[in-house]
Design a protein around this ligand. Structure first.
Ligand code: ATP
Ligand code: MG
Length: 500
């Protein structure tokens, strides 16, 4: 036998030694397997460790936890157990053999050997393991040449791809995710097999698909994964709203840009701009940057339904920002993504994505800038980033011109902000205040008064402070016939208690 490289340098943490000793005491063989092995060899950080045991994973985990005096969480139903120790998360599982039947997506699972466990893994690079036996601690067990595929930068399945993909079709999307994350190629036969097995996608839960989509969006150049999904004709099954953006129509010799490829470019631009961001902007964020990438992918989905060819003007997409925003909840529901402030954020980004650049045409008045600052609120930096990423064109001069205009808008925003602190502007007049002062129940009048005061501040009619706002509220309320302390009989819903 030739000399075999030893990888014990990746197994320095005390826990590996303990696992080794406890496995020996129990008379079982244990191995580190999967993502941790792959990432160590690739030099990527990884704190999730999977340990596979030829025997009971739970029993070994319990023995290790006892020695290290740490807690163990046992998932009996899955036959797994998890230990958290000093920033590491170690999951223990018994080696298993899986056999699938065509009529069911649930495999028959039996105890198996390491080799059988490696065969049911998705890719050769994910099937490698490090031995934890005393006699060959740190030795690589790599029956499918995952190491060779790492050096060839290749995604390949351990078994016939048709078997691997049809057994668990999520692996098709995982192949594309790893290609995008690691800048690897998918073996051509494997890619053909993905195309052949596309219909199997139907048996997957959308949540599992979505997890992989998020990882594609967070990869260094998301368009790599998105294009692969599209080439494999999977994207149209998952996100038809995005593939509908494809194509260029020409009327009277005038075409428009292909909005699908444009959107992918915008996603890549956003990914790049996020990397260049100063740290202050990365901290204290209301939502994770993942959602800004989603906004980039979806920013133009209102275009297909708003597309018109107008004589003398050319192609227009009037209100696609507004229409696109309206489509966001549907997309989120379909992908079972959170329907909370994250969705609202994406919707807001889509709805406002034209605003910063449109200010250029409006000669950038203070009042327009204030309105934008008010509408974007704490998400203004993200909106500006998205808007700048949205400037794409084949013509470098056009890009340069737009970028210059965009800088003007940014400059103007800074001036307005410095002048009167409209960032995070909050209306000094709240609904509660109006209700209390005039002793009225919730009704339309309150919104009307608030809106009136807000507009006066944003238009610069009054100063942005409480006293000025309060005085204007009094004036507007008097015009509306409201009396302080209230005439509750007129609105009829509240008791006659006067405030305080
Ligand atoms: P990451 O943690 O970056 O998402 P990973 O490869 O560690 O990547 P996990 O989902 O944590 O992915 O899975 C751990 C290991 O389990 C993988 O390396 C692979 O060996 C195996 N695995 C995960 N999902 C599948 C699957 N669908 N089919 C076969 N094996 C899988
Ligand atoms: Mg992992």
């Amino acid at each position: 036998m030739g000399s075999v490289e030893n990888y014990s340098r990746f197994l320095k943490h005390r826990i590996f030694d303990t696992i080794s000793q406890e496995a020996e005491a129990l008379g079982v063989r244990a191995f580190v397997i999967g993502g941790y092995v792959r990432d160590c060899i690739l030099g990527r950080p990884c704190n999730d460790i999977d340990v596979v045991v030829e025997g009971s994973g739970i029993a070994l985990a319990e023995a290790v936890a006892k020695r290290l005096r740490c807690r163990v969480s046992v998932f009996k139903r899955f036959g797994t157990a998890m230990i958290k120790s000093k920033g590491l998360e170690v999951e223990f599982v018994g080696a298993r053999k899986e056999s699938y039947r065509a009529d069911s997506r649930k495999p028959i699972v039996e105890d198996g050997t390491l080799r059988e466990d490696q065969e049911r893994r998705d890719f050769t690079i994910n099937a490698m393991s490090f031995s934890l036996q005393k006699e060959n601690f740190g030795e690589l067990v790599d029956p499918f040449d995952g190491l060779g595929d790492i050096s060839r930068k290749l995604i390949r399945t351990p078994l016939d791809p048709d078997t691997t993909y049809s057994d668990d079709p999520l692996r098709m999307i995982r192949a594309i995710r790893f290609a995008s994350q690691l800048s690897f190629e998918i073996l051509p036969e494997s890619f053909e097999s993905i195309k052949r097995n596309r219909a199997r996608l139907a048996i997957l839960s959308i949540e599992r698909i979505n997890e992989e989509l998020n990882k594609i969006l967070l990869s260094p150049k998301p368009s790599v994964g998105l294009k692969l999904l599209d080439d494999a004709t999977l994207l149209e099954l998952i996100l038809p709203q995005v593939t509908n953006l494809k194509g260029v129509e020409t009327v009277e010799g005038r075409g428009h840009k292909d909005n699908f490829y444009h959107s992918l470019q915008v996603v890549d631009n956003v990914a790049e701009l996020i990397r260049q961001r100063p740290v202050e902007q990365k901290e204290n964020r209301a939502v994770e940057e993942l959602w800004l990438l989603w906004a980039a992918l979806l920013h133009d989905i209102g275009k297909p339904s708003t597309k018109r060819f107008e004589e003398g003007i050319g192609w227009t997409f009037h209100s696609h920002d507004f229409v696109g925003g309206k489509m966001i909840p549907g997309v989120f529901k379909h992908l079972k993504m959170p329907l909370n402030e994250k969705m609202k954020y994406v919707q807001k980004m889509v709805q406002l994505h034209l605003r910063p650049i449109s200010l250029v045409d409006d000669q950038v008045t203070d009042s327009a800038v204030r309105r934008l600052l008010f509408d974007a609120g704490e998400d203004i930096d993200d909106l500006m980033l998205l808007c700048s990423a949205d400037i794409t064109s084949k013509n470098d001069k056009t890009v340069a011109r737009h970028k210059k205009n965009f800088e003007l808008v940014k400059q103007k925003m800074k001036e307005v902000e410095e002048k009167d602190e409209y960032r995070n502007f909050k209306n000094p007049i709240t609904g509660d205040l109006v209700m209390e002062v005039y002793n009225i129940p919730p009704c339309n009048l309150i919104g009307e008064i608030k809106e009136y005061v807000k507009n006066a501040i944003l238009d610069g009619v009054i100063e942005n402070n409480y006293e000025a706002a309060y005085a204007l509220m009094e004036q507007k309320a008097a015009d509306m016939g409201l009396v302080k302390g209230g005439a509750p009989a007129a609105t009829g819903e509240q008791s006659g208690d006067s405030p305080r």
